[in-house]
Design a protein. Structure first.
Length: 166
């Protein structure tokens, strides 16, 4: 039997092309263009002198951008977001080279967000500008939907008006 001393069965990288091109219609590009108009660093707590010690600080703006995109595609688990940061090309694109190694980093960034209501208002304002929605007009169709809605729990407007006094 012949032994190979310079042979390793565990390969840490693949020699595959890692280039992914996104079209302009993909949600990640639309989100990136929308968030490019918003200064996300204004919504993160400012750095204190204590933050300059130790290793170099990660780009918190990029991490916040990726976290907001995860929330927009309905991913709420911090550990699941951490997994997406490692393996999903959309998040690798948004992070722009920042490697987030722990779910604790994501929790810290979420906890550093200040004035969430203003951040969400700025995002809505940006969406309204892109889509050009008129915020002065409100459309009401009279549909009532319960909190635990399914196809049998809708309520008709006439039934509500008829039974209102009861």
């Amino acid at each position: 039997m012949h032994e190979h001393n310079n042979y390793n069965t565990f390969q840490t990288s693949f020699p595959l092309p890692n280039e992914k091109k996104f079209s302009d219609n993909e949600p990640v590009i639309k989100f990136y263009n929308l968030m490019g108009k918003i200064d996300l660093s204004a919504y993160l707590k400012s750095s204190s002198p204590k933050d300059y010690r130790g290793r170099k600080r990660l780009k918190r703006r990029n991490i916040l951008l990726a976290i907001l995109f995860a929330f927009s595609i309905n991913v709420r688990s911090v550990r699941e977001i951490c997994t997406l940061f490692k393996y999903d090309t959309r998040f690798i694109f948004l992070l722009n080279g920042v490697e987030v190694s722990s779910h604790n980093t994501i929790c810290n960034i979420i906890n550093e967000i200040k004035d969430v209501d203003k951040l969400l208002a700025d995002i809505n304002r940006g969406i309204f500008e892109i889509i050009s929605i008129d915020r002065e007009t409100i459309y009401i169709d009279g549909t009532k939907i319960e909190a635990y809605a399914n196809k049998y729990t809708f309520v008709w407007k006439n039934a509500v008006l008829k039974n209102k006094n009861k």
